[in-house]
Write a protein that binds this ligand. Structure first.
Ligand code: ZN
Ligand code: FE
Length: 239
């Protein structure tokens, strides 16, 4: 299974998960259709599945055009069936979604939105976290409560430490500024920031990140109680 990172809009990431044996692909959160089509046109890949982590426009903006062009199937959370354009398959919390050679466990992780989900390709140890968990940050609370977000992050924290995390935006450097301001003695964080800066300098994404790094460096994952987490979330909103 190959992952292609497709940059979209200003700072969004869409991802293609390609089964190279069958040349069948899933796309995660197509912000817009064009960059996805441009990539697929160069290869002979069939885009069969469109997977959405949540209903925000910068994650579903390409659904309609891609579905029309490739006759793909749109997959998202049951609770967001009226907000995800062109949705076909409705998912539930803890369900396993399995089609062709793709197999992912679904986690309902509300906080950023009420219906946010993550797709965990557990055999490959890769999770697509949308706008819930970013590298060195977490999503803003648009619809959910602090407690929901705290518990959603807790679910991700329990995965194997070598899980690769693919998130919805390139926010890593801004997030790192907040982490280091609040955790100035963290050596592991300093090392991670050096790597991040190097990637960006070379025009490379800072994604994927590894859960182990996030557990040690992401201040929102380091918060072990709801009160600390909530305070940090408020501080970040005004940072
Ligand atoms: Zn969002
Ligand atoms: Fe977003």
């Amino acid at each position: 299974m190959k992952i292609e990172i497709i940059k979209c809009l200003k700072d969004n990431f869409s991802y293609l998960i390609i089964d190279e044996k069958t040349q069948i692909a899933c796309v995660i959160d197509p912000s817009e259709a064009k960059p996805i089509i441009n990539f697929l046109n160069k290869k002979k890949i069939n885009l069969k599945y469109i997977l959405n982590t949540h209903h925000h426009h910068d994650h579903v903006g390409g659904n309609r055009e891609l579905k029309k062009k490739y006759d793909s199937c749109v997959i998202g959370f049951k609770g967001d069936k009226d907000r995800i354009p062109e949705i076909d398959i409705l998912l539930e919390d803890n369900q396993i979604w399995k089609k062709d050679n793709f197999e992912a466990k679904i986690y309902h992780i509300p906080g950023h939105t009420k219906g946010h989900i993550a797709f965990h390709f557990f055999k490959e140890k890769k999770i697509f976290t949308g706008d819930t968990l970013f590298s060195l940050g977490c999503g803003r609370l648009f619809e959910g409560t602090y407690e929901q977000m705290f518990n959603s992050l807790k679910k991700i924290k329990q995965l194997p430490k070598d899980t690769e995390i693919y998130c919805g935006h390139e926010y890593t450097i801004q997030n790192s500024n907040f982490c280091i301001a609040n955790d100035p003695e963290n050596l592991k964080l300093k090392e991670k920031i050096a790597k991040i800066k190097n990637n960006l300098k070379n025009n490379l994404p800072t994604i994927p990140t590894i859960l182990e790094d996030e557990l040690e460096c992401n201040i929102f994952l380091k918060a072990n109680d709801l009160k600390t987490f909530s305070k940090l979330r408020d501080l970040k909103d005004n940072f």
